[in-house]
Design a protein around this ligand. Structure first.
Ligand SMILES: [Zn+2]
Length: 474
């Protein structure tokens, strides 16, 4: 096993490693210290953070330029050499990488990753692939050093969400070729938590195992968090908030934990705090909510450079309150680098600093949608998360729903399929009136509402597909 001379992510102090003395630079936070995984970088003044990011950006750019044909060609065609980047602002000159470009190089030599690979093939220890929800899956190689970086990035987020050595963490999820929760598992161990993998069990067995072991924390998709609570109540007579000991839940995979009404449903069902996180196979775990729940996600500015760009002009947006798409660099990932990757996620910077004291910036309300998904219906721009926010805010509706957009002649038509909870059937008319009013108010659109029998709409464990745009095929 080679440990590359590329200085790893921990060139700033890591709390986990116990390397407390960093040449006298370690600040003391007498009573706050335990809030942060890395008390030094998480509270660096913004100017220092930008300096650190610039230094690391130059390093990964040079690394990729020297070792990967894919990156060298990309930069040479743009007339750019790594030495040309001298300031933070100049980073915007570096060409972006699109997912489609990664797709083109795959299944070529060195097989199966292609020529963005920056290390000898024998140094790759991890295979993952993207889920392919937006096209052919992309393979993702990582070295062991990269894998330690994955665990480090998740350690920041779990620590920020209050995970400590005293936690017993249950993961109701079967790990496989996708990265989901693998890194959460290792990071929880890195922090010192006890981890219970609940992979092959069915939902009822998972709930009983949580009860038996008095697990204190859990990681799952929002859809599954709600589905588990339903199963617990209806099949086992267990009220998770009353009968189970889960007090924090980390969500991933869908935006639900950043949608206030969905978050509230989960928190009430479990009597737990629910925290969001954001990441992607080809990027890493780049953002997280902290225990202060500031209404947004911190971006991890120690390990990533997150930029928000104007969707049309590409101008970098530094000011709060203006939406753009996220372009992101994993500053320390070496096998298949992620440099100025066009994530297509849409977000905006928050105006307010976070009460937790972290200086890592916050994206307001989390990722509000994907540049691909934000679509025009009847001439109105709409993000699928806006529909979810409304459905989940109406009391009496079940958690599942589906929105289908079609074209009738030249006109867009949107149908919303919902379910009413059996015990709320008596309030059917009032529920539907409230739903229609809220939809019109929050999304500026009129919908055909279809009420489906309770439990008849599809249930998802991962990556729910509740928004279907059929216009392209009609
Ligand atoms: Zn915070």
């Amino acid at each position: 096993m080679t440990f590359f001379t590329f200085s790893p992510y921990c060139d700033t102090v890591s709390k986990g490693g116990g390397k407390g003395d960093q040449g006298g630079k370690m600040k003391t936070f007498s009573n706050q210290k335990d809030l942060y995984w890395n008390p030094v970088v998480e509270t660096l003044p913004p100017k220092k953070l930008r300096e650190l990011q610039l230094k690391k950006f130059k390093r990964i750019l040079e690394w990729a330029y020297e070792r990967s044909k894919f990156h060298r060609k990309l930069y040479q065609e743009a007339g750019l050499e790594p030495g040309d980047i001298k300031s933070y602002e100049e980073i915007a000159k570096v060409p972006k990488v699109e997912k489609s470009m990664m797709r083109e190089i795959q299944r070529k030599d060195p097989f199966p990753y292609g020529d963005a690979l920056c290390v000898p093939l024998e140094e790759v220890t991890e295979f993952r692939q993207t889920s392919g929800t937006t096209g052919t899956p992309i393979y993702q190689p990582d070295t062991w050093q990269d894998w330690e970086w994955w665990a480090e990035s998740w350690a920041y987020l779990l620590y920020a969400q209050g995970y400590r050595k005293t936690d017993r963490v249950f993961i109701p999820f079967g790990y496989n070729i996708f990265v989901a929760f693998w890194a959460g598992h290792y990071a929880a161990e890195k922090i010192g938590c006890e981890v219970v993998p609940g992979g092959v069990l069915d939902t009822e067995a998972r709930i009983l195992k949580i009860q038996e072991l008095r697990a204190t924390a859990m990681m799952a998709t929002p859809t599954y968090v709600l589905g588990m609570a339903d199963t617990a109540r209806k099949k086992l007579g267990i009220d998770p908030a009353r009968d189970l000991t889960i007090r924090k839940i980390t969500c991933a995979g869908e935006p639900g934990a950043s949608i206030p009404s969905t978050k509230q449903r989960m928190e009430e069902a479990w009597g737990a705090k629910v925290y969001d996180h954001i990441g992607a196979t080809e990027i890493g775990a780049w953002g997280f909510e902290c225990t202060a729940q500031p209404g947004g996600l911190h971006v991890n500015e120690a390990l990533f450079l997150t930029q928000i760009e104007d969707i049309e002009t590409g101008e970098i947006i530094e000011e709060p309150g203006r939406k753009g798409k996220i372009v992101i660099t994993a500053l320390d990932r070496i096998a298949q680098p992620c440099i100025r990757f066009d994530s297509k996620d849409v977000a905006e910077w928050s105006k307010e600093p976070c009460p937790c004291g972290r200086t890592f910036r916050i994206i307001q309300g989390g990722v509000v949608g994907r540049a691909d998904d934000i679509t025009k219906i009847k001439g109105v721009l709409i993000a699928p998360s806006a529909v979810e926010e409304v459905v989940r805010s109406v009391k009496g509706l079940a958690n599942e729903f589906e929105a289908v957009v079609t074209k009738k002649g030249d006109l867009d038509d949107i149908t919303l399929k919902i379910e009413i909870l059996p015990e709320e059937e008596k309030n059917r008319e009032a529920i539907l009136t409230q739903l229609k009013d809220q939809l019109r108010l929050k999304t500026n659109l009129g919908y055909n509402i279809e009420v489906h029998p309770y439990n008849s709409l599809p249930r998802y464990e991962v990556k729910a597909k509740r928004f279907k745009d059929l216009r392209k095929h009609s």
